[in-house]
Design a protein around this ligand. Structure first.
Ligand code: FMN
Length: 350
């Protein structure tokens, strides 16, 4: 099992080509009503969309094995599992000796891990992340904390507008999780063009969190940004994260980057360059961060690899069902991970 959290703990289990993927969420108070329709809604947002996602379609029906009684938490760990029904392990048979460039096969095999189905590195496990994260999201919403993510860019198509929490929520109706229908069309085309050429594209997901009170968040290694960054790197294919203006802050003057304060029905910031965090704690402005996701490694173009049986350079052409871009599916995964981190920080009294 792969675990995170101290008070509200989250563990992932299962594998892409085993009977289930699942999660255990421990530490939520007894007596909390869980809206199961909401959990299913978020699980659906992770499903691949025709033409721009993998051909592997799953029902993804969450089964609450323990921790819920008549839809109310009973104080036991919440165990949610999701059956894998659409498995084709033959697609993966050669990766244990011919590792896919860009995927985790080579180091995984060196560790003695079977990479059928992508092993523990498969994006499939994020179905369970969304299941558990959607319950955690309901817990944090009780504190008026809300989380939404959208697609900032896919390949060369970039959304250059400032986006509000409301804009981000609106992305839920678009397959690419773009904030507008125009961007949705362009981003879809970018993915389809790459796929037609046997290639893949990456992109950037932006997440906005509202309702964090001033001072919320741990300190140093427990800081909200530290723990969010750690959680985001637990999402396969995440290669970078920046808070607020992130790397661009390094080129600004202090007079430009500081978010100055004013009093207007409470303490407010005049700008939000720092993404709502100072010292790893909330300054009351929306928390804003962006994650960069690399292009999907499994592409159908011929690539150079090695045959681990003979120690010779050889070629690989990957067939099977893969996402030409994971960004449309990953927005809800980012939201779910964020909910799990914030829930745990609430549990720890931050
Ligand atoms: C939702 C989701 C779906 C994914 N689908 C695929 C896929 O279809 N094919 C693939 O090669 N990688 C896919 N990935 C990415 C790989 O899991 C990831 O690149 C691999 O585990 C190597 O890890 P790294 O990219 O973090 O180094 C997916 C990731 C996520 C989050």
């Amino acid at each position: 099992m792969y675990q995170m959290g101290e008070k509200i703990k989250f563990a992932l289990y299962g594998s892409s080509h085993g009977p289930y993927v699942g999660c255990i969420l421990e530490g939520l108070p007894a007596g909390m009503k869980v809206n199961l329709e909401s959990v299913s809604k978020y699980i659906s947002l992770r499903k691949p969309q025709s033409g721009i996602g993998t051909g592997r379609k799953e029902d993804d029906i969450p089964e609450f094995v323990s921790g819920l009684h008549n839809g109310i938490t009973d104080g036991n760990p919440i165990d949610i599992r999701i059956a894998n029904k659409n498995i084709r392990s033959s697609d993966y048979s050669e990766y244990n000796y011919k590792p896919r460039p860009g995927h985790a096969d080579l180091p995984a095999v060196a560790k003695g891990i079977d990479v059928v189905g992508g092993g523990p590195f498969s994006g499939r496990l994020t179905a369970a992340v969304v299941a558990g994260g959607s319950v955690a999201r309901q817990f944090v919403k009780q504190k008026n904390i809300e989380i939404s993510a959208f697609t900032r860019s896919i390949g060369s198509v970039k959304d250059v507008k400032e986006r509000t929490f409301r804009d981000s929520l609106a992305s839920e109706i678009y397959a690419t999780r773009a904030c507008s229908s125009f961007l949705d069309v362009d981003m879809r085309e970018e993915i389809e063009t790459a796929a037609e050429m046997g290639d893949s594209v990456g992109g950037v997901t932006e997440c906005i969190v509202t309702g964090l009170p001033i001072g919320f968040g741990g300190i140093r290694f427990n800081a909200l940004d530290s723990e969010i960054a750690r959680a985001m790197f637990g999402i396969p294919a995440c290669k970078g994260i920046e808070f607020g203006k992130g790397f661009a802050l390094s080129e600004m003057k202090g007079s430009e980057s500081n978010d100055q304060y004013c009093y207007k029905n409470g303490i407010k910031t005049l700008t939000n360059n720092l993404g709502g965090l100072v010292g790893g704690m909330s300054d009351g402005a929306p928390l804003v961060f962006r994650c960069a996701f690399k292009p999907t490694p499994s592409i159908s173009r011929i690539q150079s690899t090695v045959d681990l049986r003979t120690d010779e350079t050889t070629e690989i052409q990957i067939s099977g069902r893969h996402d030409p871009c994971i960004v449309p599916r990953v927005a809800v995964v980012v939201e779910s991970m964020t909910a799990l981190v914030i829930a745990d920080q609430i549990g720890r009294g931050y």
